[in-house]
Design a binder for this molecule. Structure first.
Ligand code: ADP
Ligand code: MG
Length: 695
């Protein structure tokens, strides 16, 4: 079995091993230089690579190729072109040129650009990202690409991420140079933990809300939720297990190192974590993983829900973004055994703390979507307030630097497990506090705010850029220092003193913390419309322009696309709510109340003294329910019409937040109340009880 898996691992990827095998030596060397050092590729090399890629792809059953990219919707896009070239004699051959490999021109007028691409120049261009391997999926050779406009502005998620990785690498090198180190490669690494739900396909098909919005817009809490804590890490049910097996196999074929899988906290919720990769490759792999999950679920009669909050009342899904920086395969955030003496580690740590405090708003912005708003701050995920968890040891070290007092190490605490047969464990001093939005977890930071369906490019683009800036100011302060160690300590003392408010080791889910954070002056941006303006704040624009990650025009267009996406998502939810209330719930309640009325009439026909008071009371409640729902539909319809009429994108999003969402919630409450009263056979959609618990 293991041999078989190792045999097929990466078999659908044009990886380094295949390149060495298939490419002439000089071509391989040129390509390696491009991949490792970012050298531009000349057309002869591109032609040779394209030829080898095509031959390999055909061997593996491919008939088409596509430039695979990530427009501002955040999801992946592809348009398949066949390798077919007809010949004069009526036959055909398969061809694929270097030009077709490195450069594409999809008709891009239907992708969001936030006004960046004028309509007279609707074309966009895709450019090969040779650092992310090409792969085959469904008989199509997929070439990971960046997507830019005619004038070179980024129209995608990948381009700014790549730029930010470059910026961080440059500034990290300046710090490493202070320690006489000149690594060949510096890269940001990312390991995303993907949460998701699996429900039965027939239930999904029966709910318009799930089909069109990815979440249930109505539904009473299940009688049993997650209170017994019996699902987390529980035995995996056979149907789900078969799905997970097929998923692992497909991911391994695609060279995605799927590692950990388990049941999550909520019923029907699961998680998959791969081994970390270079940031852009990790994002590509995550998007591919999400796509495979959706596709393969159908083989098992299941549907994979990747929405952040498919069900109210139980946990939603996140995507923890584990992040670090590596230099020639050493992890720069590894504290080592004596972190208090590890000046290089402490400087990087200080830089992260400063960056996160200064740009809290940008980090919050990077994960702001309509669906993630339903999760953040709902006592299941971190609140919308950014803070850093360091753990007792690192916090004590930081404190000793601020106070200029010696740090005393308690030594490694080994836990006595009270049994000779169990191994002795070293107590992990870092995070097992799961409530922090940004936690140091041993040798990396774990950003826990991203939602399950988000493209992680934005979060990592922000993280990389803000840390790049922080490292740059550190390098500015220390380059040319006569007494490096003393100056470095003084620098850290000053920076940590200024930014210590961002460190919080306590429980982030409490109201006390919300009050305390307010006293500390930390931002609490509860909703997407409140968070997005952080993107266009003057200091954000200055930051991104300084590091050439995004231009002002690119930022403004992205801000607009995000705002529009928010309004459109809630608009769709509102329309689905109205439709379901009118076409599904009101008729069902009428049908049930007619049956109740008929029963009352029938009983009274038998005997006028028959006590029908309970049925009468029920009938009255049902009748009130129909009226309340009808009124709710009317109010919601009005608020939607008003919001749709608002022209300014920010004001429009505000209207969806402040008037449409509350009207949707009122309507939901009225419908949910009826779900508790109406007979099971009359209720027109599957209930939470039914959807969340299945064999
Ligand atoms: P948890 O306790 O949160 O489940 P794990 O130890 O399982 O954490 O790791 C979670 C993720 O962190 C995995 O995807 C792992 O590959 C990733 N990870 C580990 N080290 C690094 C690193 N240096 N950089 C980025 N991600 C990392
Ligand atoms: Mg984790």
């Amino acid at each position: 079995m293991s041999e078989e898996i190792c045999e097929y691992y990466g078999s659908m990827v044009f990886n380094d091993q295949i390149m060495q095998e298939k490419l002439p030596r000089p071509t391989y060397q040129e390509l390696s230089r491009t991949i490792k050092e970012g050298h531009p590729l000349n057309i002869e090399v591109a032609n040779a690579v394209a030829h080898a890629m095509k031959e390999w792809a055909i061997e593996h059953g491919a008939t088409h190729f596509t430039h695979w990219f990530q427009p501002l919707t955040g999801i992946t896009s592809e348009k398949h072109d066949s390798f077919i070239t007809p010949k004069a004699d009526g036959t055909a051959i398969f061809t694929f040129s270097g030009k077709e490999l490195v450069h594409g021109e999809p008709d891009a007028s239907s992708f969001p650009s936030g006004g960046l691409r004028a309509t007279f120049e609707a074309r966009g261009y895709t450019a090969w990202d040779p650092t992310s391997y090409a792969f085959i999926k469904d008989e199509v050779l997929c070439i990971p690409t960046a997507f830019v406009s005619y004038t070179g502005e980024a129209l995608d998620k990948k381009t700014p991420l790549l730029r930010s990785m470059g910026a961080l690498a440059r500034e990290a090198r300046r710090i490493l140079a202070l320690f006489d180190k000149e690594p060949a490669t510096v890269a940001t690494t990312v390991g995303p933990e993907q949460e998701y739900f699996l429900i039965k396909e027939e239930d999904y098909q029966n709910r318009l809300d799930l089909l069109l919005t990815g979440r249930t817009l109505f539904g009473v809490d299940p009688c049993k939720g997650q209170e017994l804590e019996d699902h987390y890490f529980g035995a995996i049910r056979p149907t789900v297990n078969r799905f997970m097996q097929e998923l692992d196999a497909e991911l391994w074929r695609l060279g995605i190192p799927a590692k950990t899988k388990h049941n999550e906290v909520a019923p029907s919720q699961h998680e998959l974590a791969p081994i970390f990769l270079t940031a852009n490759v990790a994002v590509d792999a995550n998007l591919l993983t999400m796509e495979q999950m959706r596709k393969l679920a159908s083989h098992h009669g299941l549907v994979c829900l990747q929405h952040e909050k498919p069900f109210a009342g139980i946990n939603g899904s996140g995507k923890h973004n584990n992040w670090s920086i590596s230099a020639d395969d050493t992890n720069l955030l590894d504290p080592g055994s004596t972190p208090e003496e590890n000046l290089q580690f402490l400087l990087f740590l200080t830089a992260v703390i400063k960056a996160v405090d200064e740009y809290q708003g940008l980090l919050r912005m990077s994960v702001a979507t309509a669906s993630n708003d339903l999760r953040l701050g709902a006592n299941e995920a971190p609140p919308a307030i950014i803070s850093i968890f360091l753990g007792d040891d690192l916090e004590a070290i930081v404190r000793s630097i601020i106070d200029a007092t010696p740090y005393t190490n308690d030594g490694e605490i080994t836990m006595d497990l009270g049994s000779q047969v169990l191994p002795r464990l070293i107590k992990d001093n870092t995070d097992r506090n799961r409530t922090s939005p940004f936690a140091f977890t041993g040798n990396k930071f774990e950003f826990r705010m991203p939602g399950s369906q988000v493209n992680l490019s934005d979060a990592n683009m922000v993280l990389n850029t803000i840390v790049a800036q922080s490292l740059a100011s550190c390098a500015d302060a220390l380059e040319g220092s006569e007494d490096f160690e003393t100056d470095a300590k003084a620098y850290m003392k000053q920076v940590l003193t200024n930014h210590q408010r961002i460190i919080f080791n306590g429980d982030n889910y409490t109201d006390d913390w919300v009050a305390e954070a307010k006293r500390r002056g930390l931002l609490n941006l509860a909703s997407t419309p409140e968070a997005l303006p952080q993107f266009i704040a003057p200091e954000s624009i200055a930051l991104f322009e300084q590091f050439k990650v995004l231009s002002r025009a690119e930022i403004e267009s992205r801000y607009e696309v995000k705002l529009e996406n928010y309004s459109k998502k809630i608009n769709i939810e509102a329309l689905v709510s109205i439709r379901m209330a009118r076409a599904r719930f009101i008729p069902a309640i009428i049908a049930f109340s007619t049956a109740v009325a008929a029963s009352i009439a029938a009983k009274q026909a038998v005997s006028e003294t028959m006590d029908v008071s309970s049925e009468l009371a029920l009938l009255l409640k049902l009748n009130t329910g129909i009226n309340t729902i009808t009124a709710g539909v009317e109010t919601l319809t009005d608020t939607v019409a008003e919001a749709q009429a608002v022209r300014d994108p920010q004001e429009c999003a505000n209207a969806y937040l402040n008037t449409v969402l509350p009207a949707m919630n009122t309507l939901r409450a009225a419908v949910d109340e009826m779900e508790m009263l109406v007979g099971h056979d009359y209720w027109p959609v599957p209930s939470y009880n039914h959807m969340l618990f299945y064999a």
